[in-house]
Design a protein around this ligand. Structure first.
Ligand code: NAP
Length: 345
C-alpha cells in the first residue's frame, strides 16, 4: 500500500529534513506534497533526486491526504491541523501547540510506541531536547528506575529555525569585518556567546524550553520522574548536547549502563571503552550532524548521591530531534495498518 503525504513547512529546517528522510528511508509514498506559506509558492524543494514544487498551505484541500508531517510553527499548526484531521488525514505535528493536550499522544517510537495508536487525528512530536533525553533515559529507567534527572543543555541555533542560522552566520562574519549585526532572533548576540534563554520566560523563572523538558518527559516516560532542566543556546549550527545527571532507584554500574544503551534501539555509545583508535572518546554536536542515533559518552558514576550516574548525550536536533522522529511515527502507523482509507473510521 502507498500513501499521499503532505509536508507542511517544507521550506524550513525541519520540513527539508523531513523530505530528505522520507526519500532516504523509502517511505511508501505514492505522492508527496510540499506546503508552506504563500511566500514560497512555486519554489522548488528536493525530495531524493527529484524537485517538488511548493504549494500554498492556506488553499490546500487535505481530503485524500493520508498523512501530514507538520512543522510550520505553533500558531499555524493550531489552525490548520484540526481541519486536516477532520478531512481524514493523520497529522504528526512538530510544533509545541498540541503536545500537552489531553487526548493527543506525544510519541517517541523507541520509548512509547503504543501511545501512537490512541490518536484522534493528531499526534505530537516532542521538543528536540526532550526526544534525545528520553531515548537515553528509557533503557536505564526500565532497568533501575530513574527517580530524578538534572539536565543542562547546549542547543544549536538550528533549533530556532533557518533565520537563527542566518543570524549566527552573519554575526560571526561581521566580527571579522569589524561590523555589527544586531540580534533579531535572539535577545543578545549569539556569535561567540552562550545564552541561558530558550523560548519565553515563565512566571516561575523557568524558560518555556525548560518547562517543556519537565512536562514532556513526564508525559512520555513516567509522571513520577522529577526533572530539573537548565537550557542554553550555543553558537553551533546543528546538533544539541546535554549533560544529564540521574538518580536511580537501584544500583547500575557504568558498564551495565553502557551495555543497556548499546542494546537499546536508537542509542549508540562512544566512550572510554570504545577502543584506542578514537581521537577522543566522546561525540560532539558536529560529529552527530546528519546522523540518526542518540549518542552517549562520558558515562561515569556520581558518588554525591545514592545510585547516581552522569553522562553526555548528543543528537542531530533536525533529525532525531524533529524530522526523523516524525517519519518513524509515520512508519509505526504504516506497520500497524493504521493509515489510509478506513483506518480512522
Ligand atoms: N528546528 C528544530 O530543531 C525543531 C525541533 C522540533 C520542533 N521544531 C518546531 O518545528 C517548527 C518549525 O521549525 P523550523 O526549524 O523548521 O523553522 P523554519 O526553518 O523557520 O521554517 C518554518 C517553516 O514554516 C513555514 N511557515 C511559516 N509560516 C507559515 C504559514 N503562515 N503558512 C504555512 N507555512 C508557514 C515556513 O514557510 P515559508 O518559507 O513559506 O515562510 C517554513 O517552511 C517550529 O514550531 C519549531 O518549534 C523545530
Amino acid at each position: 500500500m502507498t500513501y499521499t503525504v503532505a509536508v507542511v513547512g517544507a521550506t524550513g529546517n525541519v520540513g527539508r529534513a523531513m523530505l530528505s528522510i522520507l526519500a532516504e528511508r523509502n517511505f511508501p509514498a505514492a505522492r508527496v506534497v510540499p506546503l508552506a506559506s504563500e511566500r514560497s509558492v512555486g519554489r522548488k524543494v528536493s525530495f531524493g533526486d527529484r524537485d517538488l514544487t511548493v504549494d500554498d498551505l492556506a488553499t490546500y484541500d487535505f481530503s485524500g491526504t493520508d498523512i501530514v508531517l507538520s512543522s510550520p510553527g505553533a500558531k499555524v499548526s493550531a489552525t490548520f491541523a484540526p481541519h486536516a484531521a477532520a478531512a481524514g488525514a493523520v497529522v504528526i505535528d512538530n510544533t509545541s501547540h498540541f503536545r500537552m493536550h489531553e487526548g493527543v499522544p506525544l510519541v517517541v517510537p523507541e520509548v512509547n510506541p503504543d501511545a501512537a495508536l490512541a490518536h484522534k487525528g493528531i499526534i505530537a512530536n516532542p521538543n528536540c531536547s526532550t526526544i534525545q533525553m528520553v531515548v537515553a533515559l528509557a533503557p536505564i529507567h526500565r532497568a533501575a528506575g530513574v527517580k530524578r534527572v538534572v539536565v543542562c543543555t547546549y542547543q544549536s541555533v538550528s533549533g530556532s529555525g533557518k533565520s537563527a542560522m542566518d543570524e549566527l552566520y552573519r554575526q560571526t562574519k561581521a566580527v571579522y569585518e569589524n561590523a555589527t549585526v544586531p540580534p533579531q532572533v535572539y535577545a543578545k548576540p549569539i556569535a561567540f556567546n552562550v545564552l541561558p534563554h530558550i523560548d519565553v520566560f515563565l512566571d516561575s523563572g523557568m524558560t518555556k524550553e525548560e518547562w517543556k523538558m519537565v512536562a514532556e518527559t513526564q508525559k512520555i516516560l513516567d509522571p513520577a520522574i522529577k526533572v530539573c532542566a537548565s537550557c542554553a543556546r550555543v553558537p553551533a549550527f546543528i546538533g544539541h548536547a546535554e549533560y544529564i545527571n540521574v538518580e536511580l532507584s537501584a544500583s547500575l554500574s557504568v558498564d551495565e549502563a553502557r551495555s543497556l544503551w548499546r542494546a537499546a534501539p536508537g542509542c549508540a555509545v562512544v566512550d572510554l571503552d570504545s577502543g584506542e583508535d578514537l581521537d577522543a572518546p566522546y561525540i560532539t554536536p558536529k560529529d552527530a550532524q546528519g546522523e540518526d542515533p542518540v549518542y552517549i559518552s562520558r558515562v561515569r558514576a556520581d558518588d554525591s548521591v545514592e545510585h547516581g550516574l552522569n553522562f553526555w548525550c548528543v543528537a542531530d536536533n533536525l533529525r532525531k530531534g524533529a524530522a526523523l522522529n516524525a517519519v518513524q511515527i509515520a512508519e509505526l502507523l504504516v506497520a500497524q495498518g493504521a493509515l489510509g482509507k478506513g483506518a480512522r473510521s
